[in-house]
Design a protein around this ligand. Structure first.
Ligand code: C5P
Length: 397
């Protein structure tokens, strides 16, 4: 609920501005008051009349409107809200924010405000992917700006890819989180992700093909619902998401130690692809290539982190979730694994090469619980993460 909260909503100029009308309704349904600011470009897409009708408030649009200055100066306007939301945030608005421009009402308010700012970017996929936008995005994240979306999909311009503004309800969830009202606010959740590297000697190691994409998406989804996420990651390709506490490790033994140090937690999600074995005694110096002699590696078993935490007598998280990547008899193997390891849920998937899941952007999983098996349709790894996060919230809250 957002009762008693005031949102300063800046509507930028993009076709997604039509969704901001629905966003206003959704915010007001939850009890929030909305003070609207419509940029000149925004007013090409939605009218001031519809925005004021839906907010029930005056629409601000001009920096040099003397009546407004007399009634409420732009500095004061920037401070009336609990949160400033920019939706849609165009490439131009993001650039202005990243570089500190203040040459119209919206950019001036964004410079003058002392309240948290959340942006929902929307633009053509090429504009989103452009190095300048990505530089600006990195700067905005570094400045503490919260960013919701964009989503991937068909765009109004006929292209496909990231750039679509998040749906109104996704933005509402981000608003609730930003205001400390997310369903997982106050919950501490541990997520493991990525591969582990097991040293052979100081320069060589044994690794696996995990990119860390699914674990990263899960950490992002949980943080978006307000959870305090401790993200224990091996050396993954995927960059850790914003807003989580990152603990970097290399080996399985280091991962177990980091996980144990992070307890107690309300839930633990073990998405890492942990190496089953390590080299029993890694050489402290580089193994030389001796003519005619091949090195012999002796292996030792790594700790099973998921099983260790699932079977703890003290400080066991309320909900422990494991993954099962299988290439055949997925459900049978995963169902047995849930019982053997002692975890509550298993997300099982078929990673045979034909599925393209390993290293890809999509996943098709089965959720295995004590109650049975649920088949989820094939979807993006982020959508799997969002669905899982919502389920976790339903159990913990
Ligand atoms: O036994 P298997 O590797 O198939 O189990 C996969 C699940 O167990 C994943 O959730 C993985 O993160 C976890 N795991 C672990 N420690 C290991 C091996 C697997 O936590 N040493």
């Amino acid at each position: 609920m957002l009762a008693g909260k005031r949102i300063l909503l800046i509507i930028g100029g993009g076709i997604a501005a039509y969704k901001s009308l629905d966003l206003i309704r959704r915010l007001r349904e939850r009890g929030a008051a909305v003070t609207p600011v419509l940029t000149r470009a925004g007013s090409e897409f939605v009218t001031s009349l519809s925005v004021s009708a839906l907010t029930g408030e005056k629409v601000y649009s001009d920096l040099f409107d003397l009546t407004d200055e007399a009634e409420m100066g732009h500095i004061q306007l920037s401070r009336v809200a609990d949160l400033v939301v920019v939706a849609p945030a165009t490439a131009d608005l993001m650039a202005k924010m990243a570089h500190g421009h203040a040459n119209d009402l919206a950019s001036t308010l964004l410079m003058a405000t002392d309240t948290p700012v959340l942006i929902a970017p929307a633009m053509n996929v090429r504009m989103w992917d452009h190095p300048a936008t990505q530089r600006n995005l990195a700067q905005l994240l570094a400045d503490g700006i919260r960013v919701q979306g964009p989503n991937s999909g068909d765009m109004a311009c006929g292209e496909y890819g990231p750039g679509r503004m998040s749906e109104p309800l996704e933005i509402v969830a981000a608003v609730e989180t930003a205001l400390g009202q997310g369903p997982l606010t106050g919950k501490r959740i541990l997520v493991t992700s990525g591969p582990t590297h097991e040293p052979i000697d100081p320069v060589r190691y044994i690794a696996n093909r995990s990119s860390g994409a699914q674990g990263t998406a899960i950490a992002r989804a949980l943080a978006a619902l307000g959870a305090d996420v401790i993200f224990v990651t091996g050396p993954a390709d995927a960059a850790p998401p914003a807003g989580v506490r990152v603990v970097r490790i290399e080996t399985a033994q280091q991962m177990l130690q980091a996980v144990e140090e992070a307890l107690p937690a309300d839930a633990a999600i073990f998405a890492a692809a942990v190496a089953d074995w390590r080299v029993a005694s890694a050489s402290l110096s580089k193994i030389k290539k001796d003519a005619g002699r091949l090195p012999v590696l002796e292996f030792a078993e790594n700790p099973d982190i998921l099983a260790t935490i699932s079977q703890r007598k003290t400080d066991r998280p309320t909900l422990v979730v494991g993954f099962a990547a299988e290439t055949d008899d997925v459900i049978t193997h995963a169902t047995a694994k849930r019982v053997r390891k002692g975890c509550d849920w298993i997300l099982a998937n078929d990673v045979s090469p034909a599925t393209g899941i390993m290293g890809g952007t999509e996943n098709a999983v089965h959720l295995i619980t004590a109650d049975g098996v649920e088949e989820w349709p094939r979807m993006s790894k982020q959508s799997v993460a969002d669905k899982l996060a919502a389920r976790i919230a339903a159990v913990l809250c």
